[in-house]
Design a protein around this ligand. Sequence first.
Ligand code: FEO
Length: 169
Amino acid sequence: AEVMLDEVDVFYVPHLRMKQLVKVCLEQIRKTDFTSNVALQALLRHLHDIFFEVKCHEDIEDNIILEKLQERMKSHCVDNTTVCDCHSNIHVGQMIALIDDGIAVTSRSSEDCMTFGIRLQEALNEFTSAFLPHMKQEEEVFQPLLLKHFEYSELQSIRQLVIVKHCLL
Ligand code: FEO
């Protein structure tokens, strides 16, 4: 029965990708020479693509998993407040806005690049320290709730759809 749980784990595969993206992000930041405007712009374009993917991940979860889970728990008369708005404290939108602001100013002095670089690193640290525990919560709290409130075959379909949507990105 243990092995079969893989077939209904809706978070495992997408989260492998998200964890890989977080790692790439941190590596890129570490390698960037923040005194160089060219290097900063290259980093920002890369981060833009990464955060677009993270945003899509959230939307897919909201639309395909979390809304359904909330509705199901409500219909089973179970308190569903932990599932509501669980993406609101991750601030992906703010990260994207900061990245896009960075991209919009194409010529920066060395000093301005460094200042922006510090802001970017702080924002990214804050994002990572919210996003990693958030994924853990989905895996360790929401996945068991899904198993409790959905049929096995329903979860198989949800998982399949979640994976297909991620692959289309
Ligand atoms: Fe899977 Fe909500 O991040």
